[in-house]
Structure formats: C-alpha cells, structure tokens
Design a binder for this molecule. Structure first.
Ligand SMILES: *Cc1c(COP(=O)(O)O)cnc(C)c1O
Length: 233
C-alpha cells in the first residue's frame, strides 16, 4: 500500500505534469489536502511530508484538529480551509479558528463571519461557492447572483474576498468536466475587472483535478488520492 507521503509526492508530480502540458506555472496551483474523517496521525504524516494546507468539512471535527496541532506543533505554519456547508449557528467556530472559508453562498453567513472574526486574527479569506452545474440539490449560488454578493462581501472589513469555489456535478467525461470548470474561470475573469483581489479559483478533486487545472484552477482540494478512501461512521 502507498503511504500518505508517497501519495502526496505522486499528486504533486501529477500537478506539475498537467501544468506543464497546458503551459501553466505549477506554483500557481495550490494543493489543499482534504483531511475530513482522517486522524491527527494521518495528518501528521502529511505534515512530515511537507504539506501545510488542510481542508475540513465538519466544524467540530475541524476545530478539534486545529486545537490539537496548535498544542502539538505550535510553530508549524499550518493553514486550515473550511470547505463544507456551514449552518449560520456554527459560523462563530469557523470565524475563530480557520484561515479560509470556501463555501459562502449568502450574505448572512458572510456578515456573521465578519462580525465574529477575532480582532487579533488576520482577515478571514473567503470564497463564494457557485452552483455551476445548476443542480437543485447542491449548495452554492447561481452564477448570475455572484457579482451582487461579491459587491456586498467586499464591504466587510474583516473578510478578504479571494475568489470562487465550485463542486460541479460528478462527471466521468473529461470534456464535460472541462466545460463546467471553464465556466467558472470565465466567471472569475469577469469579476476580476471590478475586483482584482479575487485571485483564487478553488476547484478540482481527486476525480477531476486534471480538467480543473487545465481550466485555470488555483487551488485543488484532494482527499482520497492522498489519504485513501473515507469510512464514514
Ligand atoms: C471531500 C471533499 C473533497 C475531496 O474529495 P476527494 O474526491 O476525496 O478528493 C474536496 N472538496 C470538497 C468540498 C469535499 O467535500
């Protein structure tokens, strides 16, 4: 069986290969290791292999890990990304512990995060989640509504609006994956005219990383390909 260390190096290699094929600088593509359901031992193995950015989906699980590593490795420069759906009554925990929040889909959540961000912490980096495949069951807002929300988030002093995030409908066909991701890239480009601070496109998971990078992703969120498949209790 491959170790987490081997998997991380294989993924980084893969990112470099894809980047060079589509003539992108691999340093503009950040790897977020999605560690949901994985133990602090497994995360430690990834840290030992040089990984510093981690993504968590569940508030309680995420803050337990963040607190653990603050104690266990006070000098490590870990960056924690909240990538799951967030209920407004739990926003305080994200505001108080995370560095990035990927799934803003309404003003109310943004306002709460802004109000709850402790003054001694750096601004919270936030992304607007876009429902790019227009699935009724998925979270994220419609592409047409993003510009309005962006305008309102920009005005919040304790948040830095950094870009967009999407989880497109699962597709095995590369061209279909590419189409959804390309729409996201075009949407970001159109917003960058007014908001140059929006420099981030969070898209691409273990099953569609290649298409995401070809389409311009700057942050891939990879879980299974690093840590193996997840077992939910
Ligand atoms: C679980 C998850 C991932 C990682 O998915 P894998 O297929 O395991 O790479 C990425 N992004 C989000 C939002 C997730 O919930």
């Amino acid at each position: 069986m491959n170790t987490i260390h081997d998997n991380l190096f294989a993924i980084k290699n893969e990112i470099e290969k894809i980047a060079s094929k589509c003539e992108r600088d691999p340093n503009t593509i950040e790897l977020i290791a999605v560690s949901k359901t994985k133990s602090v031992q497994q995360i430690t193995e990834a840290i030992d292999a040089g990984q510093l950015a981690f993504g968590e989906n569940y508030v309680q699980e995420g803050i337990e890990k963040i607190k653990y590593f603050k104690q266990a490795m006070p000098n490590s420069a870990l960056i924690w990304h909240f990538i799951g759906p967030l209920q407004s009554n739990k926003s305080k925990f994200v505001a108080e512990h995370f560095d990035w929040m990927h799934t803003i889909d309404r003003l109310k959540i943004a306002q709460r995060l802004n109000d709850q961000r402790p003054t001694d912490m750096a601004n919270l980096n936030v992304l607007i989640q876009v429902n790019i495949s227009q699935e009724t069951s998925k979270s994220g807002i419609a592409a047409e509504e993003v510009a309005d929300l962006a305008k309102q988030i920009i005005a919040l002093p304790n948040l830095n609006l950094r870009g967009l995030m999407a989880i497109p409908e699962i597709e095995n066909d590369f061209d279909k994956q590419l189409k959804a991701f390309t729409k996201m890239h075009e949407l970001l480009r159109s917003l960058q005219a007014d908001y140059p601070c929006m420099d981030t496109l969070s898209m691409g998971m273990s099953g569609d990383m290649q298409a995401a990078i070809v389409a311009g992703s700057t942050m891939v969120r990879i879980g299974t390909a690093i840590f193996g498949s997840r077992q939910y209790l």
